[in-house]
Design a protein around this ligand. Structure first.
Ligand code: EPU
Length: 432
């Protein structure tokens, strides 16, 4: 992409004429938050990692750029709805993840564990905070140090090294972290001896990563529980793996059906990993009917207020909090949403208020008094999930909504406008 194209891309807006009820079918793409760590895991293998169902998202392009920067050779096959990737990390020559790439995507931190455990050295720029919170990396560092790594923070970089292999260890995370659990698992796959990780995150994307690692020859037990046991191997090998579907994308379309009083079949997803959202939607008066590899969402009634608080999996996901808040804006009562994972994940609130929502924030709690209808307005997207919550609000609002800074959406929603238009939404992207 040339500089001029990049500027136009950043200036894109989305324009929605609200009020259409959405009906039809949406097929869910591969999960961004599973694809990114599994791509990073390719650094562990001597052979090629063949991945399918990779979503077409800017975060994926950033991870590809990062792996290429380390010396990976990557073949891409376009399968229309997804990519197949063949990643060959047999000639890694650069152990530094530079600030210029890491600043674009915090998931870059996931090259730290693989580079360190396979090559004994890694230098990764500190990601820094972002719109949703400080997002520390102390747990990543502590777990790797416990395995015998020497880590220093210098000039904004995490500089990690070890002499010989990392050592298997019993390590208890003092706080649950998806990212730190992922880095520690990957590091442990090539460590000497057995590692037991306690107080691990249990997200389905971590289970997906462990399945992929097992295909590569890793020995792992307990993924999906809070205790994961890894027996280190001397090397990992070539493998093929299909990325799981994106539960946050699916959850977003479930809420899209509800907020527009529509009827959508969401296909290609195991409903069980979205049950928490399904139960909340049912409490709000929405009809939730799971079927084999999908769920139907139908709403022809008023939305009732429902309280939610975000938690680690299997609790209500922080990545669906903003979208659920948009729905609560038009409920017929007062609901309370508490954000427990990130300290600054209410950036969508002032924008929703510009659309006529009645929301008061106190600390990490938002009190939403439902209004009869939202009204279209010009709003600004601040992060990925905040952006899509504004799209949902715009679909339900009276009149026109213009959403600026939509590049956030392209990080996590493949063909968003196409998928929504196919269900009857009046939505279009305006370049520049
Ligand atoms: N934390 C620490 N120290 C650490 C790591 C995390 O204090 O070393 C804190 C964070 O600051 C945060 C909390 O722990 O307050 C949870 O962070 P976690 O590490 O679990 O999150 P993450 O790995 O940075 C992933 C997803 C997020 C998702 C969270 C929580 C990816 C690429 N990112 O982030 O996804 O919200 O887990 O489930 O998988 C998104 O997709 O929009 C997104 C932000």
């Amino acid at each position: 992409m040339c500089a001029k194209q990049k500027i136009l891309f950043i200036m894109d807006s989305i324009i929605i004429q609200g009020g259409n009820s959405l009906n039809g079918r949406v097929n869910i793409s591969g999960a961004k938050n599973a694809a990114l760590p599994i791509m990073a895991a390719s650094l562990l293998a001597c052979g090629k990692l063949h991945l399918s169902n990779i979503p077409k998202l800017t975060d994926i392009y950033t991870m590809k750029e990062l792996l290429a920067n380390h010396g990976a050779s990557i073949e891409v096959t376009d399968k229309n709805d997804s990519y197949d990737l063949a990643i060959d990390c047999s000639n890694i020559s650069n152990f530094e993840a530079p600030y210029d790439i890491v600043r674009k995507m915090r998931a870059s931190i996931w090259v730290l564990g693989p580079l360190l455990t396979r090559f004994g050295k890694a230098q990764v720029s500190l990601p820094g905070g972002c719109a949703i919170g400080a997002r520390l990396v102390d747990l990543h560092i502590n777990s790797l140090e416990a395995m015998g790594a020497t880590i220093e923070i210098e000039h904004g970089y995490i500089k990690a090294s070890c002499s010989g292999r990392l050592k298997g260890v019993h390590f208890n995370f003092n706080k649950i972290s998806v990212g730190a659990t992922i880095n520690a698992i990957m590091a442990a796959t090539l460590a000497d001896g057995e590692t037991v990780l306690m107080n691990c995150a249990r997200e389905p994307e971590i289970v997906d990563l462990c399945k992929a690692l097992r295909q590569m020859g890793a020995e792992i037990q307990g993924e999906g529980t809070d205790e994961i046991k890894i027996t280190g191997k001397e090397s990992l090998k070539d493998a093929s793996y299909k990325i799981m579907p994106d539960r946050i994308e699916a959850g977003t379309y479930m809420i899209a059906a509800a907020i527009t009083k529509g009827n959508i079949d969401i296909t290609g997803i195991d409903y069980h990993i979205l049950e928490n959202l399904g139960l909340k939607l049912a409490s709000a008066g929405v009809h939730v009917t799971p079927f084999n590899e999908g769920v139907n969402i139908k709403c022809n009634d008023i939305i009732k207020p429902v309280d939610v608080h975000t938690e680690v999996y299997p609790g209500f996901s922080t990545d669906l909090q903003a979208q659920f808040m948009s729905l609560m804006c038009i409920s017929n009562g007062t609901s309370v949403i508490t954000e427990n994972i990130f300290e600054n994940r209410f950036m969508h609130v002032p924008e929703l208020c510009r659309m006529g929502a009645n929301i008061a924030i106190s600390g990490h709690t938002a009190t939403i008094r439902g209004v009869e209808a939202l009204s279209g307005a010009e709003v600004m997207a601040s992060d990925l999930r905040a952006s899509v919550s504004l799209v949902l609000a715009g679909l339900a609002a009276e009149g026109e909504t213009i959403i600026r800074r939509v590049y956030h959406l392209d990080r996590g929603y493949q063909q968003l406008e196409q998928k929504l238009s196919a269900c009857g939404a009046d939505i279009r992207r305006v370049k520049g």
